[in-house]
Design a protein around this ligand. Structure first.
Ligand code: CP
Length: 300
């Protein structure tokens, strides 16, 4: 990973992470953005609302020119490779690509072959990594005044297919969060526990919630389930869905997070999603400031 690439949390220096988190919170407080006149491109080959739009708004607030390439309507449908597409954009002056793609590991694959002068930001690759989501999640916690070292963070749901969970575990462990726990049915537990041997794993939501002050709920990623996986949605909601009565088992100050998109009535109730303990829209708000901080740092 070069200094103009952001592919995964593992490849980031702790100083860089600290700077992004600090700067995102400063920008949220009204700090003046560092405007520049670079050109960046959103290349999205999977659906997105939050990530694509927040990168676009972040770029606009920094005075960047941003073009949105709908990957599924690009000339890649005529056989052009991703690297040839990037070289084509580079020849037109694009200096940074923000890539969302369904193929796990695609950003690592192309990171060594990027056109000269073009940076790369991973905006989510298959079941791989979503580092900018993890950064904005932690920026949200810090902005809310939550002490990371005293926190018990529980990540709940379809962990196996979750790039958000993988990136969050890497970031929370790097920042020495008090306790990071995973909870979900065995079929949704990652086989390698994201490479961490010291995570607490729960097979019941109620037990996981005890002493938790952050609960991150995850969507079941229907689009990534193995064909043989059958989910009884009502049963899933009964066992793993977060309701107000289950949330009461956690610390009274427990906050609820979700990267979105949310499925009301599946991984959480509408009452919890819209309730006073929910940070879901704060995460969306902080996504713009965090992505501004990322552009500032990578294009500096
Ligand atoms: N959290 C997230 O990546 O949402 P989108 O798929 O809407 O970008």
């Amino acid at each position: 990973m070069t200094s103009s690439q952001l592919i995964d949390i593992q490849g980031l220096a702790t100083d860089f992470i600290d700077h992004i988190l600090y700067r995102a919170v400063e920008l949220a407080k009204g700090s003046e953005p560092m405007t520049t006149n670079h050109t960046v491109a959103n290349l999205f080959f999977e659906p997105s609302t939050r990530t694509r739009v927040s990168f676009e708004i972040a770029a606009t607030r920094l005075g960047l020119s941003i073009i949105n390439l709908d990957g599924l309507r690009s000339s890649m449908t005529k056989g052009e490779s991703l690297l040839d597409t990037l070289a084509t954009l580079r020849a037109m002056g694009v200096e940074m690509a923000v890539l969302r793609h369904g193929q796990t590991g695609i950003c690592h694959e192309i990171s060594h072959a990027m056109p000269i002068g073009m940076g790369l930001v991973n905006a989510g690759d298959g079941c791989g990594h979503h580092p900018t989501q993890a950064l904005l999640d932690v920026a949200t916690m810090i902005e809310q005044g939550i002490s990371l070292s005293d926190s018990k963070v529980v990540i709940v749901g379809d962990l196996r297919h979750s790039r958000v969970a993988r990136s969050n575990v890497a970031l929370l462990k790097r920042l020495n969060v008090g306790e990071v726990a995973l909870a979900g049915p065995p079929a949704f537990m990652p086989k390698d526990l994201f490479g961490h041997t010291d995570l607490v794993v729960y097979d019941q939501l109620e037990a996981a919630l005890e002493e938790a002050n952050i609960v991150m709920m995850l969507r079941i990623q229907k689009e990534r389930l193995e064909p043989e996986t059958l989910v009884d949605w009502a049963d899933y909601h009964e066992q793993w869905g977060l309701s107000q009565s289950k949330l009461a088992l956690a610390r009274p100050d427990c906050r609820v997070m979700h990267p979105g998109p949310i499925n009301r009535g599946v991984e959480l109730t509408a009452e919890v999603a819209d309730g006073a303990q929910s940070l879901i829209l704060d995460q969306v708000r902080m996504s713009v400031f965090t992505r501004m901080a990322i552009f500032e740092a990578l294009l500096a």
